[in-house]
Design a protein around this ligand. Structure first.
Ligand SMILES: Cc1cc2nc3c(=O)[nH]c(=O)nc-3n(C[C@H](O)[C@H](O)[C@H](O)COP(=O)(O)O)c2cc1C
Length: 255
């Protein structure tokens, strides 16, 4: 058998590493744009799922998502004042890079909140029919990211969805189960004094008209369920979308 010198083996190994890393880098760079496009599309699909304009098991093409999204107007708001920032191009909003501040101590274990947040307004002609709010907070193992769709009365849930979490499949991961998400429409997230008031309980809640502020629990996943309650109550309160929703109600003349 032919013997290779040590130098040859080193040079061969180095050349092989270089060739492989070049191939991987080229592939990663050439796919980046497609990945970003798919991510934006996926986020739009999640917004549509929260509104229940599309159903969980419905297969929709990218073109259909874009068509349906033409009735959804995205705005960027200043969380502290609740004012819409008209100068901000909402299509360019990126949660990852937007400036953030430390959150006040909260049960949802949210560490940081953005100064500006994106809100989706679902239009029916000239009227705003629904608002879709991004929400996040701690479950048992992970930060869970989702969307909450509210009726234009800002109190009634139209739907909820989670698009990113690291909870256990079959336990906390059931936050993404359409059957559980179906328990949400019609629930009320604010009480009569406009204080956030929604709780995922242990066990079964009654129907929305009899038990408006409570939602069925997730069996074997009380900690994840508690995280869902805490995050919604946080995002609807003064440090979250509270000021925006209050302004919105005033503008709509519904208070
Ligand atoms: C492997 C493993 C994974 C678990 N995953 C979750 C989870 O994702 N979410 C959760 O709340 N509880 C999870 N639990 C259960 C929690 O440790 C805890 O027992 C539970 O939240 C209490 O809820 P229960 O009173 O409904 O049983 C997990 C437990 C084990 C052993």
């Amino acid at each position: 058998m032919k013997q290779f010198s040590t130098t040859y083996i080193f040079i061969f190994a180095a050349a092989l590493c270089l060739a492989c890393s070049t191939m991987i880098s080229v592939t990663a760079v050439s796919l980046r744009e497609r990945q970003e496009t798919n991510q934006v599309l996926d986020r739009k699909k999640s917004v549509l799922l929260a509104t229940r304009i599309i159903e969980a098991n419905e297969s929709v093409t990218a073109q259909r998502v874009e068509e349906l999204f033409s009735d959804i107007h995205s705005v960027v708001i200043d969380l502290e004042t609740g004012e819409v920032d008209e100068d901000y191009n909402a299509d360019e909003y990126d949660f990852a890079t937007t400036p953030k501040i430390s959150a006040p101590s909260n049960q949802a274990q949210i560490q940081q909140i953005p100064l500006k947040a994106q809100v989706f307004q679902v239009l029916d002609g000239d009227e705003i029919e629904m608002l879709v709010l991004p929400i996040y907070g701690q479950g048992l193992w992970s930060t869970m990211y989702g969307f909450l769709a509210l009726d234009s009365d800002t109190r009634t849930v139209r739907g909820i969805t989670y698009y990113e979490h690291g909870e256990t499949p079959g336990l906390g991961g059931e936050v993404d189960n359409p059957r559980w998400k179906n328990r949400w429409p019609g629930r009320k997230v604010f009480d009569e004094d406009w204080e956030p008031h929604i709780q995922v309980i242990k066990g079964q809640a009654g129907p929305p008209d009899e038990d408006p502020h409570r939602v069925d629990g997730l069996s074997g996943a009380t900690i994840t369920a508690r995280g869902v309650s805490h995050m919604i109550n946080f995002w609807l309160d003064e440090h979250g979308f509270g000021p925006y929703l209050e302004n919105f109600r005033e503008e709509q003349g519904s208070v």
